[in-house]
Design a protein around this ligand. Structure first.
Ligand code: PBG
Length: 323
C-alpha cells in the first residue's frame, strides 16, 4: 500500500524566529506617510471627534509635531490645509500666503529632510466643498484644471517635495505636469490619486478637513466602488500623463484594486488607509472589542502584501512606536 504523503507546512511555523525567517511581507517605518491637518489661526489644537488622537493644528504647533515625527523615524508627511475663509474658487489653495504654503515653508525651515507631500485639491478651500469650480450644479472639469495647476505650482514654490493631486478631474496629472515644468519644477514628482473611489470611508476626514460638499456628492468625479476595470483606465491615463507614484484609495476594501494596479504598472504604489478605516478601528478599540496593535499591524501588512509599497495612514505614529 502507498504510504500517506502529508505536506508539513507547520515545520516553517514552529517558532517566532522561524516565522520571521520565512516572512514574505515586512512593514517598516519607511513605508509610512503621515497626514497633517493645518488650520489657519493661532494656538489651535483640536482633536477631530471622529478620529481620536488626530488633531487640526495651527502653525505654532507644527514645530513640536515635526519634532515628534522625526523622533519616531517618520520621514514623510502629507499636508491638508483648513483656511479661515472659503470662496467659490478656492483662492486659499493657490495663494502664496495660503495655509499649506506657509506650513510647507515652516517644515522645510525646521526639518529640511522631512519629505513634504502636498495634497492638491480645492475642496477644503471652496465654500461649496467641491474639488473644483461649479457650473450648472456640477464641477466644471476644464475650468477647474488651471486652478489645480496654480495650486500645485504654489506648493512647489513653497518647497513641497512631492505634489499629490486628489481632485479626480480628467487630465489633472498632465495639466499639473506641464504647469510644474513650465514654472521650473520639472524635478518635482507627482504622486497621483490615480484610483480614488467615491467612498463612504471619507466621512471622518471631511470633519477633519472641513470639506463636506454643501450640495450633492462627488460621484461625478470620483469612481464608482463597484468598478474594477475602470481603475486600470484611470491609472493608465495618469501614467501616460506623467505620474511618478500611483495612489489607490481607500485601501482596505480595495485590496483587489491595489493588486491589479501593482500587476499592471511599475511605479511605486501607495495605499491610502483612509479616515473611516481609522475611525472603525479606534471605536472598536475604545470599547475593548479588538486588540488595536495586532489589528492595525495586520491591516497594514495586508496592504503591503496586496502590493502597496507605501501607506498613507493616521496610524503612522502608533505603528512607529510598535515596530
Ligand atoms: C480631498 C481628499 C479627501 C481625502 C483625501 N483628499 C476627501 C474627499 O475626497 O472627500 C480623504 C482622506 C481620508 O478619508 O482619510 N479631495
Amino acid at each position: 500500500m502507498k504510504e500517506l504523503h502529508m505536506d508539513r507546512h507547520r515545520r516553517l511555523r514552529s517558532s517566532s524566529n522561524m516565522r520571521a525567517l520565512v516572512r514574505e511581507t515586512k512593514l517598516t517605518v519607511d513605508d509610512l506617510i503621515y497626514p497633517l491637518f493645518i488650520v489657519e489661526g493661532e494656538n489651535i489644537k483640536n482633536e477631530v471627534p471622529s478620529m481620536p488622537n488626530v488633531f487640526q493644528i495651527s502653525l505654532d504647533y507644527l514645530t513640536e509635531e515635526i519634532e515628534e515625527l522625526t523622533r519616531l523615524g517618520i520621514k514623510s508627511v502629507l499636508l491638508f490645509g483648513i483656511p479661515k475663509l472659503k470662496d467659490p474658487t478656492g483662492t486659499g489653495a493657490y495663494d502664496d500666503a495660503g495655509i499649506v504654503q506657509l506650513a510647507i515653508k515652516h517644515i522645510k525651515e525646521i526639518a529640511p529632510d522631512m519629505l513634504v507631500i502636498a495634497d492638491t485639491c480645492l475642496c477644503e478651500y471652496t465654500d461649496h466643498g467641491h474639488c473644483g469650480v461649479i457650473h450648472n450644479n456640477d464641477v466644471d472639469n476644464d475650468a477647474s484644471l488651471p486652478l489645480h495647476v496654480k495650486t500645485a505650482v504654489a506648493q512647489a514654490k513653497a518647497g513641497a517635495d512631492i505634489i499629490a493631486p486628489s481632485n479626480m478631474m480628467d487630465g489633472f496629472v498632465g495639466a499639473i505636469r506641464r504647469g510644474l515644468d513650465d514654472a521650473g519644477y520639472s524635478h518635482i514628482p507627482i504622486m497621483s490619486y490615480a484610483v480614488k473611489y467615491a467612498s463612504s470611508f471619507y466621512g471622518p476626514f471631511r470633519d477633519a478637513a472641513d470639506s463636506t460638499p454643501q450640495f450633492g456628492d462627488r460621484k461625478t468625479y470620483q469612481m464608482d466602488p463597484a468598478n474594477r476595470i475602470e481603475a486600470i483606465r484611470e491609472a493608465t491615463s495618469d501614467v501616460n500623463e506623467g505620474a511618478d507614484f500611483l495612489i489607490v484609495k481607500p485601501a482596505l476594501s480595495y485590496l483587489d484594486i491595489v493588486r491589479d494596479v501593482k500587476n499592471q504598472f511599475n511605479l511605486p504604489l501607495v495605499a491610502y488607509n483612509v479616515s473611516g478605516e481609522y475611525a472603525l478601528v479606534k471605536a472598536a478599540a475604545q470599547n475593548g472589542w479588538v486588540d488595536e496593535e495586532a489589528l492595525v499591524l495586520e491591516k497594514l501588512t495586508s496592504m503591503k502584501r496586496a502590493g502597496a509599497d507605501l501607506i498613507i495612514t493616521y496610524f503612522a505614529k502608533d505603528v512607529a512606536k510598535w515596530l
